[in-house]
Design a protein around this ligand. Structure first.
Ligand SMILES: [Zn+2]
Length: 314
């Protein structure tokens, strides 16, 4: 009798938080380290280092026993437009590649699609220095592997498309290519985007997008319970001005197309877009907690996908 009364509150407490999903953190960190190593030369779109990163990602994607289909899409891109919104006519054109992995759970191929994205390109080399882009965005690119791995033991409720996007640093071009041209674009009902998820001094990460989709807040809070990380909401209101991140990474393209999003990312830090954004400066315990939060959240979103799409204001 005594045991029963003790157990009941414990069980209730357990129900109020999302179950922790399993993934191999060491493997995720290895992928992040490899992507941000010097021989990837900063992964600038169209460069040799970027091609090397693609080859590495493809070999890691092939090792995952979770995707029903993998494919790549190629497109041409130019550097981001100047302040007047114009791309100079003489600016070079680069070859870019998005990499995709689809979990095809649903027999209904017209059904809702959950799209999870992270860009793998970065700035490349400047003045003889390598901009390794460990936090931006080897961290998010590797996190996609953690999420994918977690869907091996827990079947998703929906079709889930993972995209390693190229050419974000050239103006969100990979996401634009997907949303405008890809045949799955019309089925996409929600985008989870990861960009810079491993670097913060105070142990804080932002979950951005709940201004547009209020139903996100309780779901992310549920996923965060039991994870040693400070989750803040914000950076998503028009009155935030330059601190409104709604259009500042790949999720912005989804948002503009009417597809709700959740973006995980940290505030800018001293290593942001500097050669010191490299593996040696990453606080690994923070990254591990960030991964736990992200993986738990992906499952909670999958469980609530329809209601999220309905609660969005654009
Ligand atoms: Zn980035």
């Amino acid at each position: 009798m005594k045991n029963t009364t003790l157990l009941l509150p414990l069980m209730l407490a357990a129900c109020s938080q999302a179950p922790s999903q399993s993934f191999d953190a060491d493997n995720t960190i290895r992928i992040m380290k490899t992507l941000s190593a010097d021989d990837m030369k900063g992964r600038r779109t169209g460069s040799e280092g970027n091609a090397k990163a693609q080859a590495f990602l493809k070999s890691e994607i092939a090792k995952l026993d979770v995707f029903d289909m993998t494919y790549e899409t190629k497109f041409k891109t130019q550097p981001r437009p100047n302040r007047d919104g114009v791309i100079p006519p003489d600016s070079p054109v680069y070859d870019a590649v998005n990499l995709h992995g689809l979990i095809d759970t649903d027999d209904n191929d017209e059904g809702p699609l959950f799209v999870i994205t992270a860009h793998y390109d970065h700035l490349g080399e400047r003045d003889g220095e390598i901009y390794n882009g460990a936090d931006d965005n080897a961290s998010g690119s590797a996190a996609l592997f953690a999420i994918a791995q977690s869907f091996v033991s827990v079947t998703s409720n929906h079709d889930v498309l993972f995209i390693w996007l190229d050419a974000e640093e050239m103006g969100l071009q990979g996401a634009r290519h997907y949303v405008q041209a890809a045949d799955f674009g019309s089925r996409a009902v929600f985008n989870l985007n990861l960009d810079m998820v491993s670097q913060n001094k105070t142990g804080e990460i932002y979950a951005s997008g709940s201004y547009h989709t209020p139903a996100l807040k309780p779901l992310v809070s549920k996923a965060a319970k039991g994870v040693d990380i400070k989750v803040s909401f914000g950076h998503d209101r028009p009155e935030d001005g330059p601190n409104d991140w709604t259009l500042q990474s790949d999720h912005g393209i989804f948002h503009s197309a009417g597809i709700p999003f959740l973006y995980f990312g940290v505030e800018d830090h001293p290593h942001y877009h500097r050669p010191t954004d490299e593996f040696s400066t990453i606080p690994i315990p923070f990254y591990e907690n960030s991964l736990k939060l992200i993986v738990n959240t992906a499952h909670v979103l999958d469980e609530n996908l329809e209601s999220l799409a309905q609660s969005t204001r654009l």
